[in-house]
Design a protein around this ligand. Structure first.
Ligand code: EPU
Length: 337
């Protein structure tokens, strides 16, 4: 017996798992685990399915926390919001802005659910989730116990946290608590947002959100129209020495400082320079507006996307000597990455 996952992944790829269980509360999860006989290493926790590449049938039991509540608490100039793991991320951003609270505007229109946001420390346009993060609650799939994780315990990094490393597959996140602001503290450091500070004096968080939405819509394909999982690769981090060598050969290379010894390269630029923007292998393609995004033009399988991504990685490696690592989670048997 297989459960289709086609509606549960934004690549829109035909895939399936053994079973899928969705839970409306933390208590439901704990009750279900208490009466269970399946080994916890046969579970996979599904968020919004917006950062996944599924390969055919995945022989696992998928669990999804479909917890929908949002609650706010004010204290002085600060506000905290606690949102259930199943809340759509962008709905949370809009709901908080509607209430007049700033803080999440740069993270507008990121696909996926609240519960998945801390796992890869979502980030865009100068802000990462960890800058707003206070804590999260999760249930241990092995013991059924509830645990609260502080900021420090999550070990956030660039598109990374403890839930992608040491604790991968161990917990199902049920709710996330974030810090918002009543007084706006806008972050306009990202290139295209800098223009905003010059155009408007009384700029609001909603204005920034509207601009981010505009930028995203112009570059990133809407998954409901063209299957994709956002950036397929991470932006690679290289040593200053390697960056300087690359800069000599490729003076226009796009990079951002990470610390005194490392630079982060724009993977989209590297792929673009290889002439791969808009490149297709059947229905698997490199997006025409943003080369870091792989897209499903219709009936691509998970393996088709994987083959294309392998070709992109190999081409960039041959041209620049830089190896791209996937940002999406590849779920199923494969030997490409
Ligand atoms: N670029 C090109 N050609 C391309 C794509 C990009 O030349 O085809 C250049 C751009 O002109 C720009 C630079 O590369 O100078 C960076 O591009 P962009 O601003 O679009 O951002 P990115 O580094 O490609 C990252 C995140 C995105 C996030 C944006 C905005 C990663 C892996 N990706 O992309 O996150 O929305 O910055 O902050 O860090 C995601 O994680 O799924 C995602 C979409």
């Amino acid at each position: 017996m297989a459960q289709s996952l086609t509606a549960y992944n934004t690549f829109g790829i035909e895939a399936s798992c053994d079973q899928l269980f969705r839970f409306q509360s933390e208590q439901d999860i704990q009750d279900w685990l208490a009466g269970l006989t399946i080994a916890a290493d046969k579970f996979f926790v599904l968020g919004g399915g917006s950062n996944l590449l599924l390969l055919d049938h995945v022989p696992l039991t998928f669990l999804q926390a479909d917890i929908q509540k949002i609650s706010y608490q004010e204290s002085g100039d600060e506000v905290t919001v606690t949102a259930g793991a199943g809340v759509n991320w962008h709905q949370l951003v809009l709901d908080s802005l509607d209430k007049g609270y700033a803080g999440l505007e740069n993270l507008s229109l990121i696909p996926g659910n609240v519960g998945a946001a801390p796992i890869q420390n979502i980030g865009a346009y100068g802000v990462e989730l960890e800058q707003r993060f206070i804590s999260l609650s999760a249930v241990d799939l092995y013991s059924g116990e509830r645990r609260v994780f502080t900021h420090e315990e999550c070990q956030f990094g660039y598109r990374d946290s403890i839930f992608k490393g040491e604790l991968r597959g161990r917990y199902i996140i049920t709710e996330v608590t974030l810090r918002l602001y009543k007084k706006t503290q806008l972050v306009l450091t990202y290139g295209p947002l800098m223009n905003l500070s010059e155009t408007t004096e009384s700029l609001t968080a909603k204005d920034v959100s509207d601009e981010v939405i505009k930028i995203r819509q112009s570059k990133l394909p809407d998954p409901s129209k063209l299957g994709n999982a956002g950036s397929f690769f991470k932006n690679p981090v290289v040593s200053i020495e390697q960056y300087q060598e690359l800069k000599t050969s490729f003076p226009d290379i796009v990079a951002y400082p990470v610390n005194n010894s490392h630079m982060k390269l724009a993977a989209g630029w590297l792929i673009d320079q290889c002439g791969l923007k808009g490149y297709r292998q059947g229905d698997a393609g490199v997006h025409q507006q943003q080369a870091l995004v792989m897209v499903n033009h219709g009936n691509a399988s998970g393996h088709d996307i994987l083959k294309l991504a392998g070709h992109v990685r190999d081409t960039v490696l041959a041209e620049f000597g830089v190896r791209l690592e996937p940002e999406v989670w590849i779920i199923g048997q494969q030997d490409v990455f």
